[in-house]
Design a protein around this ligand. Structure first.
Ligand code: VAH
Length: 315
């Protein structure tokens, strides 16, 4: 039997997740088997590490030609407008977040692609969802356009799997923290900015109040979770909308205390902006027992381990 080598297309490869996921996929599958793409020009950390093309995921015909020409068997769709940016242009956020997914799901169906990955977010939950240990199945009434588009996208993923057998898999990422690439206009971006400014200015003004608890995860854990989900046998996957995923929860006050263990003179101030309202509607912690059960999910980084690694790599 001829083993078909997986050939992966990463859409949104220059974003906060895309840069690190593309690098890890190239390490696992071989650089020549992972085609990175984005609207933007190639991220410096990707230059010279494998094939790159400009791709507008909103142009379905062009994307379809790209998939056929490069014998693509898997697509990771990471392009999206995030929560804070989305609230500034709801119609555009809805259009981009939904049409990009529908374009990819249709092509996956037509070309019988092997697997699709599409990220959802804890932003699908709203103020009427239980706020602590938010379950996999519960009341879901998102109040941001980003959350609405991610929830609608989850329903489309489940539909394409049930009706057309598309093997699409998804994770409800918490806020993700990384040092390699900038975050993309989210409400949890404070948890990345704070490390940069702690090192540069020894101070940071948080746009979320000191006791705003949010589910968070260090990028290495998020990348590993994505790969472990995608490599799990199909029969282990019981959730075809999107899996709850969790590692830790912390507040601006707690992350500051963690930083002060390394930079004692660091100080934080608070000046809430419109993103406080978004954060108030999100869970404070997530129950990811279904991911633990189905494909043995287990995080490795807690707040202090993340802080140590972030400050070491940013310094
Ligand atoms: C955002 N970073 O803030 C994203 C994420 C849970 C937050 O979805 O919009």
């Amino acid at each position: 039997m001829q083993i078909i080598k997986d050939r992966i297309l990463v859409i949104g490869a220059c974003g906060q997740i895309g840069v690190e996921l593309t690098t890890e996929l190239r390490r696992i599958y071989g650089s020549e088997n992972v085609l990175a793409s984005d609207l933007r020009e190639e991220h410096p950390l990707l230059k010279g590490t494998g094939p790159y093309v400009n791709c507008d995921v909103m142009n379905k015909e062009m994307l379809h030609v790209l998939v056929i020409r490069h014998n693509i068997t898997q697509i990771y769709l990471l392009a999206a407008i995030l929560s804070a940016t989305g609230e500034k242009n709801p119609a555009l956020a809805w259009h981009i977040n939904m049409q990009s997914l529908l374009n990819v799901l249709e092509i996956a169906r037509e070309e019988k692609l092997h697997k699709i990955y599409w990220p959802s977010s804890i932003a699908v939950f709203g103020p009427t969802s239980p706020r602590t240990n938010t379950p996999q199945h519960t009341i879901i009434e998102p109040t941001t356009i980003y959350g609405i588009s991610k929830y609608a996208g989850e329903r489309w993923c489940e539909y394409f799997h049930a009706h057309f057998g598309v093997d699409v898999r998804s994770l409800r990422y918490p806020g993700l923290i990384s040092y390699k690439s900038a975050p993309g206009g989210g409400t949890t971006d404070y948890a990345v900015e704070i490390y940069h400014e702690a090192l540069r200015d020894k101070e940071y003004t948080s746009f979320l109040s000191e006791d705003t608890y949010l589910p968070m995860m260090y990028m290495p854990d998020a990348i590993r979770a994505t790969i472990e989900l995608m490599e799990a046998p199909a029969e282990k996957i019981s959730i075809r909308s999107s899996y709850n995923l969790s590692a830790m929860s912390f507040s601006p006050k707690e992350i500051s205390a963690s930083i002060q263990k390394h930079i004692p003179e660091f100080t934080i101030a608070y000046k809430e902006d419109f993103r406080q309202q978004i954060a108030n509607g999100w869970p404070q912690s997530i129950d990811d027992s279904q991911a633990q059960k189905d494909w043995n999910w287990k995080p490795q980084y807690d707040l202090d381990a993340m802080t140590e690694d972030m400050l070491k790599n940013l310094a």
